[in-house]
Design a protein. Sequence first.
Length: 88
Amino acid sequence: MSALQAEIRAAVQEATAPLMRELSDLRRIVEAQSKDAQPEFVTVKEAAKILKCTEKTVHRYCDSGRLEVRRDGHKKLITYASLVETAG
């Protein structure tokens, strides 16, 4: 690398360093907000939409223990955390 290239690289890094720090801060803020925005539970219908499968498949996942379920009367509510694990 020539001296000129090294100088240019150093100047660019110096000029972009504050922007990179700001970008990093913004990413952390967005991640924190998106985590807060996630629901604790989703319905079978919502889970099927997220997993791109049928509601029957979601019921099978619940019955097999693949998805963590809570009940609200007769209604199955799937924990969002288990849904993310299954989808991921």
